[in-house]
Design a protein around this ligand. Structure first.
Ligand SMILES: Nc1nc2c(c(=O)[nH]1)N[C@H]1C(S)=C(S)[C@@H](COP(=O)(O)OP(=O)(O)OC[C@H]3O[C@@H](n4cnc5c(=O)[nH]c(N)nc54)[C@H](O)[C@@H]3O)O[C@H]1N2
Ligand SMILES: Nc1nc2c(c(=O)[nH]1)N[C@H]1C(S)=C(S)[C@@H](COP(=O)(O)OP(=O)(O)OC[C@H]3O[C@@H](n4cnc5c(=O)[nH]c(N)nc54)[C@H](O)[C@@H]3O)O[C@H]1N2
Ligand SMILES: [Mo]
Length: 770
C-alpha cells in the first residue's frame, strides 16, 4: 500500500451498499439490545466461550469490560447483566476464535488487505504471532519475538536522538503496562508519549487542571442517586455508555430531573427500557430527559451564558436563593469580574447563537434555579471543538455559581471513553508531564528522565511529515483511522522508517506503514494472563477514579501472545541493555512488583497491592470532591473563568459538520453496518441533513454527494456519501467517525488542548462526481 495511491483505498470507495432508512427510535436498550448482544457473541465465539465470559464481565473478581469507562456500581451489581449490548459486542470482537496465521498473511498482500473496508479488516480475526514487513516487502512475514525485539531495539539505538521516536497509547492498556511503558520510554530518553486522550478528553483535562487543580471529574456513581438535576451535554450514552442509562433510571426514580443538550434527539437520552428489570424486559420504558435542548453544533457556550444570565436575573429577584453566596465567597475567586460581564449578556442574542428557543432556556433555568444538587455530564460533543477548553470552563462557572461541587449529589462528570484511558494518564502516559512527577521517577529509579515536553498526537503527525519522527510505536489503537486529516496522516506515516504496533486485531494502521513495520500480538482484557504458571490480574481506573482489578478468563487463541508488560520489558532490555538501571525481568515476571513501584511513585496508590485485592477496589483521592482545591495559582480556591463567545459566519453554501459514533462500532472497530437507534441500516457513508436544507440546496433524500472544504489552502474531499434527512438543526450535518475524518484539517484544533475539532468542521456539499 506504499504505492502512488495517496489515499488509503477505503477513502475512495467506488460504490455504496444498499442503505435502508427507518424511523429513528425514541428509546434505548431493552430486549432487542440483549438479543443483539448475545447474537454477536454466539456468532463470533461459539456459545460457551462467549456466554461464560459475559457473566464474568464487570463482576467483582471478574474482568473489566474492554468497552467504555463507565463505573460499576460499588455494591448492588446485577448478577444477570452488568454489561450492555455494546460491551458484549466488544467482548465478541476480542473473544473471537478466528486467528490470522502466517498463511493468511502469505496469501493476502498488504495491497489486497487495504482494499477491504474497516469492518472486513477487523473481522479477519486475532493476530496470533509477531509479523514483520521488511523494506520493500509486499506481505507481512512471521518473525520470532527475539528477532522482533532485536530489530526494534537496534533501530531505536540508531536514531540521532530519542526524540526521533514516539510511543502512542490507546486507552485499553492496564495501569501496570502503562506504568512500565512510560518508564521505558523515559529511560530511553523522550516524553514523546502521545495518547488517545489527546483526541478525546484532553480539553477536559486542561480546563479542569487549570482551574480546580485536577483534570478529572468530581462525582461518584452514588452522587447520581441524590442529584436533583442531571445535565447531559454532548454525550450519547445509549450507544457509548449504555450502563449509564441504568444509573439515570435509578436517579429518575429517586426524583432527579434530566436536561439533555444535543443537536440530535438521541434515543438513549429520551427513554430507557432496562433489560435488567422485569418491567424493562416486558417493554415498559422510563422517560429520561425532562427537557431536551436541541442546540446547534458548538452552540453550548452561548447556551451556558444565556443560562447564567437568566439565573443572574432570578438572583436579583430573590437574593441568595439562586446563587450559593456562601460557597462563592468562601471557595471561589474572580466572581466580581465574572458577574460584571454576565450582567450585560443579551439572552435573546445568546439563545439565537445557541439555536435554542428562549422559552426552552428559561425552562432549563427554572429547573435549576432553586436546586444545587446538580451534576453536569459531558463527552465528545463538548471536548472536540476549537473552544472545548473554554466551554468546559463555562460549565465550571455555572457549577460554581450554584455551589454544585464538593457535595453529595453534585459535581462535574466528564464521561471518559476507553476503559482505562483515565488510568493511563494517572500512570504518567503524558506528553507534558509535570516536573514533580518526573522528579519522583528520578528519585525512585535513579535515572534522569527528559524534562522537555514531548509530542501530542497532532504534533507527532506533523513531526512525521517533517521527517523529525522516524520510529512510531503504538501500544494498541488505530492511529491512522482515529486521527484527523486521514490523507495527510497517511502521507506522514509513510515517511516513517519503522512503525511497530502492539495489537490484538488487524486494522488500517498496519496497512499504511513506513519503510519497515512490525505487528506484535498481545493478550486482550478477557484473555487469561498466566505468568510463571500463575493466573495474574491487572488493574484499571474508571471514569470516577475507582481502581479495580481485572482478571481475564478466556484461553488465549495462541501460545505466542505476550502480555503488554512483558513486551515492553523485553523491548527495554533489547534497547537499553547495560545502560539501564531497572530490573526489567522482575517487572516482566510480576505485576505485584510493578504495583509496588507504582505505589512508590504515584500519589494515592499507597498499599496498592493490598487495596487492589479488596472487592470492588478503591477510590483515588480527589480534592475537589472533598471541597479542596489544589491549584496554587488561585490560592486553593476554584476560579471563575472569563471566556469568549465567537460565532463564525458561514457562507451561503456552507454547513457545520460533526462526526459521531454509530451504535455498531467501537471507535475505529466497526462491528456492523447498522445504527439501529438512528434508523440507519447497512451503510455508514451517510450525511445527516436538515430536510429544509436538503430542499433549499436542490438535493433530495438519497442523493449521492461529495463533501469538501478548503482550509490552509488545501481542498479536502470525502467522496460518495448518501443524503439522509434527519431531525438536526438547520445548517448542521453529521457523518460517522472515521469516515468523516478526511475532512478534519490537521490544523483545526482546540486553542488550548490541541484536541482535533472532530465535532465541528465546515464543509460544502456537491453532487457526487463518479
Ligand atoms: N459502543 C461504543 N462505546 C464507546 C465508544 C464507541 O465507539 N462505541 N467510544 C468510547 C470513547 S473512546 C469515547 S471518547 C466515548 C464517546 O462517547 P460520546 O461522546 O457519547 O460519543 P460521540 O458519538 O462522539 O457523540 C457525541 C454526542 O455529541 C453530540 N454532539 C455533536 N456535536 C455536538 C455539539 O457541538 N454540542 C453538543 N452539545 N453535542 C454535540 C452528538 O450528537 C452525540 O450525541 O465513548 C466510549 N464508548
Ligand atoms: N472524527 C473523529 N475522530 C475521532 C473521534 C471522533 O469522535 N471523531 N474520537 C477520538 C477519540 S475520543 C478517541 S479515544 C480516538 C480512539 O483512537 P484509538 O484508541 O487509537 O482507536 P481504537 O479504534 O479504539 O483502537 C482499536 C485497535 O486497538 C487494538 N486493541 C484493542 N484492544 C487492545 C488491547 O487490549 N491491547 C492492545 N495493545 N491493542 C488493543 C486493536 O488492534 C484495534 O484495532 O479516536 C479519536 N478520533
Ligand atoms: Mo475517546
Amino acid at each position: 500500500m506504499n504505492d502512488e495511491n495517496e489515499q488509503p483505498a477505503a477513502l475512495n470507495p467506488e460504490e455504496l451498499r444498499h442503505l435502508k432508512v427507518t424511523e429513528p427510535k425514541k428509546w434505548a436498550a431493552g430486549m432487542p439490545a440483549v438479543a443483539a448482544a448475545l447474537k454477536d457473541i454466539f456468532e463470533e465465539t461459539g456459545a460457551t466461550r462467549g456466554a461464560g465470559a459475559l457473566f464474568t464481565m464487570n463482576q467483582k473478581g471478574g474482568f473489566d469490560c474492554p468497552s467504555c469507562a463507565w463505573p460499576d456500581p460499588d455494591d448492588d451489581r446485577s448478577p444477570l447483566a452488568e454489561y450492555c449490548e455494546n460491551g458484549a459486542k466488544a467482548l465478541a470482537e476480542e473473544a473471537t476464535t478466528k486467528k490470522l496465521t502466517p498463511e493468511f498473511f502469505a496469501q493476502n498482500s498488504i495491497t489486497d488487505l487495504a482494499r477491504l473496508d474497516d469492518m472486513e479488516i477487523g473481522k479477519k480475526g486475532r493476530i496470533a504471532q509477531p509479523m514483520y514487513l521488511p523494506k520493500g516487502g509486499t506481505h507481512y512475514l512471521p518473525i520470532t519475538w527475539h528477532d522482533a525485539f532485536r530489530k526494534i531495539g537496534d533501530k531505536l539505538n540508531a536514531l540521532a536522538s530519542p526524540n526521533e521516536a514516539a510511543f502512542y497509547t490507546s486507552g485499553r492498556t492496564s495501569n501496570e503496562a502503562s506504568f512500565i511503558y512510560q518508564l521505558f520510554v523515559r529511560e530511553y530518553g523522550t516524553n514523546n508519549l502521545p495518547d488517545c486522550s489527546n483526541m478525546c478528553h484532553e480539553s477536559s483535562g486542561v480546563a479542569l487542571g487549570e482551574t480546580i487543580g485536577i483534570g478529572k471529574g468530581t462525582v461518584t456513581l452514588n452522587d447520581f442517586y441524590s442529584a436533583d438535576v442531571i445535565i447531559i451535554m454532548g454525550q450519547n450514552p445509549g450507544t457509548n455508555h449504555p450502563r449509564m442509562l441504568t444509573a439515570l433510571e435509578k436517579a429518575k426514580k429517586k426524583g432527579s430531573k434530566i436536561i439533555a443538550i444535543n443537536p440530535l434527539h438521541e434515543a438513549g437520552l429520551m427513554a430507557f427500557k432496562n433489560p435488567q428489570t422485569v418491567k424493562g424486559v416486558m417493554g415498559f420504558s422510563t422517560q429520561l430527559a425532562d427537557l431536551y435542548l436541541q442546540v446547534q453544533i458548538n452552540g453550548d457556550m452561548a447556551l451556558l451564558k444565556a443560562l447564567e444570565k437568566l439565573l443572574y436575573d432570578a438572583e436579583q429577584q430573590e437574593p441568595g436563593k439562586v446563587f450559593d453566596r456562601e460557597f462563592i465567597a468562601n471557595t471561589t475567586v474572580g466572581y466580581d469580574e465574572f458577574i460584571d460581564r454576565v450582567k450585560n449578556f443579551n439572552v435573546d442574542a445568546l439563545c439565537a447563537a445557541a439555536g435554542v428557543p428562549v422559552e426552552q432556556v428559561r425552562q432549563a433555568a427554572e429547573m435549576i434555579k432553586h436546586k444545587s444538587k446538580i451534576i453536569i455530564c459531558w463527552a465528545m460533543g463538548i471536548t472536540q471543538h476549537k473552544n472545548g477548553v473554554e466551554t468546559i470552563k463555562e460549565i465550571l462557572n455555572l457549577v460554581l455559581l450554584k455551589g454544585s461541587i464538593g457535595k453529595a449529589g453534585a459535581g462535574l462528570c466528564p464521561v471518559r471513553g476507553h476503559s482505562n484511558v483515565q488510568g493511563n494518564r494517572t500512570m504518567l502516559i503524558w506528553d507534558k508531564p509535570k516536573k514533580k512527577q518526573l522528579d519522583r521517577l528520578k528519585e525512585v529509579f535513579g535515572f534522569t528522565p527528559p524534562y522537555e515536553p514531548g509530542y501530542d498526537v497532532v504534533e507527532a503527525i506533523k513531526a512525521m511529515h517533517e521527517g523529525k519522527l522516524k520510529v512510531f510505536f503504538a501500544m494498541g489503537g488505530n492511529f491512522l483511522s482515529a486521527t484527523p486529516d486521514t490523507a495527510f496522516t497517511a502521507r506522514a506515516m509513510r515517511k516513517l522508517e519503522m512503525n511497530v504496533q502492539v495489537s490484538t486485531k488487524l486494522n488500517r494502521s498496519h496497512l499504511v506503514h513506513g519503510l519497515e513495520a512490525l505487528i506484535l500480538p498481545t493478550l486482550s482484557r478477557s484473555d487469561k494472563d498466566i505468568v510463571n504458571g500463575e493466573d495474574q490480574f491487572i488493574s484499571c481506573e474508571n471514569s470516577m477514579g475507582v481502581v479495580q482489578s481485572s482478571k481475564g478468563i478466556l484461553e488465549p487463541i495462541s501460545k505466542e501472545l505476550l502480555n503488554e508488560t512483558q513486551i515492553i520489558c523485553e523491548l527495554a532490555k533489547a534497547t537499553l541493555s547495560n545502560r539501564t538501571v531497572i530490573d526489567w525481568d522482575k517487572y516482566a515476571n510480576s505485576y505485584d512488583a510493578v504495583r509496588d513501584a507504582i505505589a512508590q511513585v504515584i500519589p494515592g496508590f499507597e498499599n496498592y497491592n493490598q487495596r487492589i485485592r479488596l472487592p470492588g477496589g478503591f477510590y483515588l483521592p480527589n480534592g475537589p470532591r472533598e471541597g479542596k482545591y489544589e491549584s496554587a495559582k488561585f490560592k486553593d480556591k476554584a476560579p471563575f473563568s472569563i471566556t469568549q463567545l465567537t460565532v463564525k459566519q458561514m457562507a451561503d453554501n456552507e454547513y457545520m459538520m460533526t462526526t459521531i459514533r454509530s451504535h455498531d462500532q467501537f471507535n475505529t472497530t466497526i462491528y456492523g453496518l447498522h445504527d439501529r437507534y438512528r434508523g440507519i441500516h447497512n451503510e455508514r457513508r451517510v450525511i445527516f441533513m436538515n430536510p429544509q436544507d436538503i430542499t433549499e440546496a436542490g438535493f433530495s433524500a438519497g442523493d449521492q454527494v461529495d463533501l469538501f472544504n478548503h482550509y490552509d489552502g488545501i481542498e479536502r474531499v470525502a467522496r460518495l456519501f448518501i443524503i439522509v434527512p434527519y431531525d438536526i438543526p438547520k445548517r448542521n450535518t453529521a457523518t460517522y467517525y472515521p469516515e468523516g475524518n478526511v475532512l478534519v484539517p490537521i490544523n483545526s484544533v482546540d486553542d488550548k488542548s490541541n484536541c482535533p475539532t472532530s465535532k465541528l468542521v465546515f464543509i460544502k456539499i456537491r453532487k457526487h462526481q463518479g
